[in-house]
Design a protein around this ligand. Structure first.
Ligand code: PLP
Length: 390
């Protein structure tokens, strides 16, 4: 449905007939669990982001858990995580048995910085999980130097950042362990799924083993062997595998990544130009040294904006435009109630004031103008006087 009043979704997966054909081929082959397509997807993903190894997993959350565990982070370790993130970032730390130490974020990029990490660090801190929020690349150079000097592990929650760059390299290509999500809310999707990238061959081998029950040999090796092979279980592992059905979709989607990201960036540029005329709204921009994939087009309602975030969400929904609140603050959720940590004033302000505007491949320039027009109408309200809907 199109037209001036058609409902606008905040996000939509971008599938074509090729994905359906790829799935049909897998089904016809009879090999649907982790197998040759997962291997091919891993190789293509590693090459695309510029990492030596990629290990496919069932979700980004499982991947973060595995990355921490395989790096030796567990009970007794404390991991610095931004509270301003999808709750899975903090949960993965807990799944690994480590404790969470929340840190605040930069008011513009909404990412951890050396200053916010340093303010939260304690003698028990052994790792930092940096999140590239909504695709916005974090300052990896400064954080990498800080962590190296302090002897801390740096892991990237790159759930939203496939196709974003920092200092001319793709996120995932900076030598750290990085974990991506392939959930439908992200730029490319396999339904559910995740990918871990690393330059460390030993770590990659351990990740492969841990994702499949700690098994010494993979199904493909056993299948290819002339003689029966009896596997061993070297440590207590998990079932965090991706299926070949999902990987076949992922291979097609990965091939379209550049096109998807450049389209998102073009729409974002139009949003940016139009929003410049809307009072008290701050639009997102590429950070110094980086480019974002605009996986989430996150705008901040500044002081002086007459409506609250929730009033804006409601008003836009009445106009059939689906917005989402900005990034959640994990420390405000019951699951992390009473969690010790530093004050998080920037996190609390951003989570209360940000909204995500619709951005997906089916959105037209006219749709962008319609969204901005409605937001401008909200912005020119006098506080407390909601106009009757036209
Ligand atoms: C989506 C998301 C996750 C979780 O990804 P799943 O693949 O659904 O497990 C983790 N961290 C961040 C920052 C996310 O946006």
């Amino acid at each position: 449905m199109t037209g001036p009043d058609a409902p606008l979704a905040v996000m939509k997966p971008c599938f074509g007939p090729q994905e359906a054909e790829a799935v049909a081929e897998v089904l016809a082959s009879g090999w649907v669990a982790q197998g040759p397509r997962v291997s091919a997807f891993e190789a293509a993903f590693a090459e695309r982001v510029g990492a030596r190894h990629a290990v496919a997993v069932s979700s980004c959350t499982a991947g973060l858990h595995l990355a921490l565990t395989a790096s030796g982070i567990g009970p007794g370790d404390e991991v610095i995580v931004p509270s301003l993130s999808f709750i899975a970032s903090a949960n993965a730390v807990r799944h690994a048995g480590a404790s969470v130490r929340f840190a605040d974020v930069d008011p513009i990029t909404q990412n951890l910085t050396v200053a916010t990490v340093d303010a939260a660090r304690t003698p028990a801190t052994t790792a930092v999980m940096v999140v590239h929020q909504a695709g916005m690349p974090a300052e990896l150079d400064a954080l990498g130097r800080y962590c190296a000097d302090a002897g801390l592990l740096l892991v990237e929650d790159a759930a939203c950042a496939l196709g974003s760059t920092y200092r001319g390299r793709s996120i995932g290509g900076h030598g750290n362990t990085a974990v991506f999500s392939l959930h439908p809310r992200k730029v490319i999707t396999t339904g559910e799924g995740g990918m871990i990238t690393t330059d460390d061959a030993d770590l990659a081998r351990r990740l492969e083993r841990l994702r499949q029950h700690g098994m010494s040999i993979g199904a493909a090796e056993r299948h290819a062997a002339a003689q029966p092979m009896i596997e061993q279980y070297l440590e207590v592992g998990f079932n965090f595998r991706l299926s070949d059905i999902a990987a076949a979709v992922g291979l097609v989607q990965l091939g379209r990544l550049d096109e998807i990201v450049s389209h998102r960036r073009a729409l974002a540029a139009r949003y940016g130009a139009r929003l410049a005329d809307v009072a008290s709204v701050r639009a997102p921009q590429d950070p110094p040294g980086g480019t974002t994939n605009f996986q989430g087009y996150l705008v901040e309602l500044m002081d002086g904006f007459p409506l609250s975030r929730d009033e804006v969400l409601r008003r836009m929904a009445e106009r059939r435009i689906s917005l989402r609140r900005g990034i959640m603050a994990s420390h405000l959720e019951p699951a992390y109630a009473g969690h010790p940590g530093v004050a998080l004033p920037v996190t609390e302000r951003l989570t209360a004031r940000c909204v995500i505007l619709p951005l997906h491949h089916e959105l037209s320039d006219a749709d962008v103008d319609r969204v901005v027009g409605e937001l401008a109408a909200c912005s020119s309200e006098r506080s407390g006087t909601l106009r009757a809907t036209a």
